[in-house]
Design a binder for this molecule. Structure first.
Ligand code: GLU
Length: 461
């Protein structure tokens, strides 16, 4: 069950922190101010629209099924709704709502001119033939074409979808709405079909960049200033001086595998990937795992990690095989959560030993686990800060689709890193200067921007 109240609580807490700040919305006073703030809570914690349909799909076996599908449009004050479409058997309306609100906050935090949206189709894509998935993707566009579009709502890949689905969907959109700027109607497409170079790697690259910037670039640049702060992060980050930071990465898909490779190749940080996992297995080697070799294996093996001694031996990778969820409780410095939502919760939160958690997935901690671990002094680098690389490069793809001028891969990564660094340079000094956890700090920044624009557009009544 999704954790909508989590987003609402933190939006409310951010606004409470801002209520007493006279420099924030200085035109609002006393009763009007209180009223405007309560409007803000309701606007930012409720979606504008929840669209639900049952896609009618004939299967290869002759049966015709009706598949529940959603598109939630949370908020568009900053620009068109934007967010992925997830194909997952356990997705439900509440979760899509929660994920759409994270998109609103993520885009606002990084100054991307988009609002927040999210889609979901309740299927396990592994249970369907390619032909059926093609039909499901087309049907999604047929059912929702009125509310989608390059200036209205722009979907992208998410869990269970990829460039293949976006290509199919864009193709269908182009047929239904001829004459529209179809290249910008979906992002995360294949490069030949108007996608951006670097989009596939963008989320993972951004996650690792955020982590590296925090643990290395910012730390080195601000060393003296930071040393004087009695901040738990500083203690954690400085504590490892002289030895490798150990990293465990949950999820070896589009995000986790890119994070693993970035960490393996990193010339900046002394770190080593000692563990990776996927839906079947955890692999562990205290000396570090050979990530490039592992990627060769997963590319050949339907993106799945080796599960037996024999498979490991065949590719000459040394690692212990453990249960899938063992990765969460390993004795490592840093845990990257790059699989699904709500992976760390009440039942397993006490077993976490990592001192730093990086959220590559959206909402991988329940609110309870987030509170518990923050109280224990664990540094949590939140999703809306760390995993925004996907939507940042989606924005570049959207721009490239409009003017049909395309950037090189290098230009894309440069712009991605610049954008993330701009945000980090705003958020971090404040984080080290006050007592809030990083998540709350990011929410305050995002909520502040959204509120100011809502106010300026006369929407707070
Ligand atoms: N699904 C990704 C996310 O959750 C990317 C969204 C997009 O590119 O629009 O951030």
């Amino acid at each position: 069950m999704a954790d909508i109240s989590g987003t609402k609580t933190i939006v409310e807490a951010s606004l409470n922190a801002l209520l007493d700040d006279e420099t924030f919305l200085p035109d609002l006073h006393s009763a009007t101010r209180e009223k405007a703030f309560s409007s803000l809570v309701s606007i930012l914690s409720t979606p504008n629209h929840v669209h639900k349909s049952f896609l009618r799909v004939p299967l290869e076996n002759g049966k015709v099924v009706r598949i529940p599908a959603f598109r939630v449009q949370h908020n568009n004050i900053m620009g068109p709704y934007k967010g992925g479409i997830r194909f997952h058997e356990a997705i439900n309306e509440d979760e899509v709502v929660e994920l759409s609100s994270l998109m609103t906050l993520k885009s606002a935090l990084h100054d991307i001119p988009f609002g927040g949206g999210k889609g979901g189709v309740v299927i396990n894509p592994r249970d369907y033939e390619t032909k059926e998935l093609h039909l499901i993707s087309k049907k999604y566009v047929q059912y929702f074409s009125d509310i989608l579009g390059p200036e209205k709502d722009i979907p992208a890949p998410d869990v269970g979808t990829s460039a293949r689905e976006m290509d199919w969907m864009m193709g269908e959109y182009k047929s239904i709405r001829p004459g529209m700027k179809y290249r910008s109607s979906f992002t995360g497409k294949s490069v030949v079909n108007g996608g951006s170079l670097g989009r596939r790697e963008a989320t993972g690259k951004g996650v690792y960049f955020t982590f590296r910037y925090l643990m290395h670039d910012f730390l080195n640049a601000q060393h003296q200033w930071l040393k004087e702060r009695d901040n738990i992060f500083v203690k954690t980050a400085l504590d490892h001086e002289g030895r490798s930071l150990t990293l465990a990465i949950q999820g070896f898909g589009n995000v986790g595998s890119v994070v693993a490779l970035e960490a393996y190749k990193s010339p900046h940080l002394n770190n080593k990937v000692v563990s990776v996992s996927d839906k079947n297995v955890t692999l562990y080697n205290s000396d570090g795992i050979d990530i490039p070799e592992l990627l060769k294996f997963t590319t050949r093996n339907n993106n799945e990690l080796p599960v037996s001694e024999k498979e490991l031996k065949d590719v000459d990778i040394k690692a212990d095989i453990m249960d899938r969820d063992d990765i969460l409780t390993l004795n490592v410095d840093v845990l990257f959560l790059a699989a699904l939502g709500h992976q760390v919760h009440k039942e397993n939160m006490e077993g976490i030993k990592a001192r730093v958690i990086v959220e590559g997935a959206n909402a991988p901690l329940t609110t309870e686990a987030d509170d518990f671990l923050s109280d224990q002094g664990v540094i949590i680098i939140p999703d809306i800060l760390a995993n925004a690389g996907g939507v940042i490069v989606s924005y570049l793809e959207w721009l490239q689709g409009r003017d049909t001028q395309f950037l090189s891969e290098e230009e894309v990564y440069e712009r991605l890193h610049d954008k993330m660094q701009e945000t980090l340079d705003v958020v971090l000094p404040q984080y080290f200067g006050d007592a809030f956890p990083l998540r709350k700090n990011c929410y305050i920044h995002a909520v502040m921007k959204l509120s100011t624009v809502l106010f300026r557009q006369g929407k707070l009544y």
